[in-house]
Design a protein around this ligand. Structure first.
Ligand code: NAD
Length: 355
């Protein structure tokens, strides 16, 4: 075994069915009593119930979180938080609600409790991406780490099948990139492999029966592991490409991960053959092909074209991805990125790609 350094973020996590009932206690545990609840605009019945159960602890509710954390939305939520003198943030939702809580915490140091309802995995990472004027910039700061994460399986059951698929592949991407990230280490790699295998086995079950509580529980646990991976060892080419595509061209975040992931794995497997050994454990010739086939079997998106990318924007997208430096185990030229994006645009199977 090679030398390695392992460091972990401090986090308190509750996991299980019905854990949301402990939210009031967790607010008190933080010494807070004036919470602002943050959600995306289409608040669901369960979220309304949680707010009712909070009673006087919920001082205000901002229900306008948006994907890619636009700065103007953050400013509005920040004003509301200041106006109501809130002392804690409670985000209930996917990565968009979590992202907004993080953006406010970055500017105020307010403590956060996150109740994830998708598999995005943002709740465990010190990473925040924000969008302004069509550009998404990402930074890492301990200030945005949540104090408490409440994983309640029941909150994920309503997640529509297609969003479950794309969101799970988004989380799987955190685990995949942990296997070759700059600070990779065997402890996180063990979590990553478990997350990938669990998602691989679980997603088809959720597609058949979205109410399958065992499958939902396994998927949420895999999400937990994936968040730990991204939060501990960071990311590489895949996340960089997805951020450029999402921030620059408004593509849906999780669906973009879904399309791009097999192509980046294929590209990196040339220098990290152990990725394909993991693919063999999934009864496939390569990890790239195993994940591509999984997405196809779950009717998830496999081409950038089908999720709204214009072919005429591919040159700009490749330039955007080249504009910031980032770690990747295989160095990528402009031509490599351009070809990879072309393959992802067309949706060809990764084993048919030449790069
Ligand atoms: P999202 O949070 O935008 O949610 C998508 C839609 O699903 C929303 O309309 C939401 O209301 C709805 N929804 C969420 N949970 C539901 C449920 N259980 N039932 C029914 N509907 C539900 O999407 P997302 O993919 O979770 O998050 C994407 C955002 O997260 C992006 O902005 C991305 O950049 C960010 N992200 C950040 C990190 C990080 O570490 N910083 C990691 C992953 C994703």
């Amino acid at each position: 075994m090679n030398e390695f350094t392992y460091s972990a973020n401090e986090i308190r996590a509750l996991f299980g069915s019905g854990t949301r009932k402990q939210l009031s206690d967790e607010i008190a545990f933080l010494g807070a009593c004036r919470a602002m609840v943050i959600t995306s605009s289409n608040s669901r019945e369960t979220i309304k119930q949680i707010i009712v159960e909070l009673g006087d602890l919920c001082i205000t509710h901002f229900n306008g979180a948006e994907m890619h954390t636009p700065i103007d939305v953050t400013q509005k939520a920040l004003s509301l938080a200041k106006e109501h003198k809130i002392d804690c943030l409670v985000a209930i939702g996917g990565g968009s609600a979590t992202g907004l809580a993080k953006a406010i915490a970055l500017r105020t140091d307010l403590p956060q409790i996150i109740l994830p309802t998708t598999y995005a995995g943002s709740e465990l990472t010190p990473i925040i991406g924000e969008t302004e004027n069509g550009l998404k910039s990402t930074q890492s700061s301990k200030k945005v780490l949540a104090e408490t994460v409440i994983y309640d399986t029941d909150l994920t059951v309503s997640l529509p099948v297609m969003q479950s698929v794309t969101s799970a592949i988004n989380a799987m991407a955190h685990a995949v990139e942990a296997l070759y990230a700059e600070h990779e280490n065997p402890i996180i790699s063990a979590h990553a492999e478990q997350a990938i295998i669990t998602f691989y086995n679980t997603l088809p079950k959720i597609c058949v029966n979205p109410q399958d509580i065992t499958a939902r529980t396994d998927a949420l646990y895999a999400c937990f592991l994936s968040g730990l991976c991204l939060g501990s060892v960071g990311m590489a080419l895949h996340h960089k490409l997805c951020h450029s595509l999402g921030g620059g061209f408004g593509l849906p975040h999780a669906a973009t991960h879904c399309v791009v992931l097999p192509h980046v794995i294929q590209f990196n497997a040339h220098v990290r053959p152990e990725l394909n050994q993991l693919g063999n454990r999934l009864h496939s010739s390569s990890l790239a092909f195993a994940i591509f086939e999984l997405i196809r079997a779950c009717n998830g998106p496999t081409s950038l074209q089908e999720i709204g990318m214009k072919e005429t924007d591919l040159d700009t997208a490749a330039s955007l991805a080249m504009s910031n430096s980032y770690y990747n185990p295989r160095s990528a030229t402009y031509d490599d990125i351009r070809e990879l994006l072309q393959n992802a645009y067309s949706g060809i199977a990764p084993d048919a790609c030449l790069i």
